[in-house]
Design a binder for this molecule. Structure first.
Ligand code: C2E
Ligand code: MG
Ligand code: MG
Length: 270
């Protein structure tokens, strides 16, 4: 326990220093429209460039930043940087199909009374249109404090940004609540995509989520698509978008600029 607490404190101290020295980097992962094989969206995913430990993944540090509240300043930087990057790509590739930038939000950020102002500020300082930004929240966040979250989502929607429900199906099922939520998209959790095309029960669940979302007028993205078998199943089910290593891993901004610039001619494996 003692060592654990010490480790926790070390990590927290390291994270505070990382905020001061701006050691976070944003990676981008394409989300592809299945019909046209065009990149419709890029998801911004934070990485921590540790001075001695190399690149640290969110699974190693996001939870502690949520517990300590450090996710608020980190999330703000990710939002600002992602908006700036989206504007730069649009400027460089004006004639290409527009790409929406997707940014993950944590519960702490939803509880921040200044969130809506911060989102508005990030859009304004990047000269990005609100319709080009999408915010991802998880169903667990909705379940934690449904009324409050719905209120914030309404305020965010009023700005013109879109909202996606991330990791859908992984937490408490909010099937019954989804119809009341001001969300535009569902992202099916990768745990359901893993066995697609191999397991009939799993296929039935994914088909059910896709049909359910369409009935509510929502678009569906499948997360964690890694192979052609999964892609073929999703296409047959009329899933709208897919994200996963099959198309691309999350890339640092310089590397992500290439698929953005060649979109939709980007060589997607058949
Ligand atoms: P998420 O929002 O569900 O993001 C998708 C995660 O799935 C990413 O992990 C991505 O790298 C991974 N992924 C994408 N395609 C595949 C695939 O084909 N196979 C497998 N196995 N994984 C795939 P990542 O970047 O490690 O992020 C993990 C989580 O950390 C995110 O899940 C999100 O909840 C959180 N996160 C990341 N960046 C931020 C951020 O800026 N703010 C907040 N609040 N949370 C963030
Ligand atoms: Mg996400
Ligand atoms: Mg997810």
């Amino acid at each position: 326990m003692y060592t654990r607490n010490l480790k926790h404190l070390d990590l927290e101290e390291d994270l505070r220093r990382a905020i001061d020295s701006d050691n976070f980097e944003v990676y981008y992962q394409p989300q592809v429209t299945l019909d046209t094989r065009t990149i419709a969206e890029m998801e911004a995913l934070v990485r921590w460039q540790h001075p001695t430990g190399g690149l640290v993944m969110p699974s190693e540090f996001i939870q502690i930043t949520e517990e300590t509240g450090l996710i608020v300043p980190i999330g703000e930087r990710v939002m600002e940087e992602a908006c700036r990057q989206a504007r730069e790509w649009r400027y460089q590739n004006g004639h290409r199909p527009r790409i929406t930038m997707c940014v993950n939000l944590s519960m702490r950020q939803l509880q921040d009374p200044e969130l809506v102002d911060k989102v508005e500020r990030a859009l304004r300082s990047a000269s990005l249109d609100a319709s080009e930004l999408k915010l991802e929240i998880t169903e667990t966040m909705v379940m934690e404090d449904e009324e409050h979250v719905i209120g914030i989502l309404r305020d965010l929607s009023a700005l013109g940004v879109r909202i996606a429900l991330d990791d859908f199906g992984s937490g408490y099922s909010v099937l019954n609540h989804v119809k009341d939520l001001p969300v535009d998209d569902l992202k099916i959790d990768k745990s359901f995509i893993e066995g697609l095309g191999e397991n009939t029960v799993n296929d039935a669940i994914v088909r059910l989520i896709v049909d359910f979302a369409h009935t509510l007028g929502l678009k569906v993205t499948a997360e964690g698509v890694e192979n052609h078998r999964q892609l073929a199943s999703l296409t047959a089910m009329k899933c709208d978008l897919a994200q996963g290593f099959y198309f691309s891993k999350p890339l640092p901004s310089e590397a992500a600029a290439t698929p953005v610039a060649t979109n939709p001619l980007w060589g997607v494996p058949e």
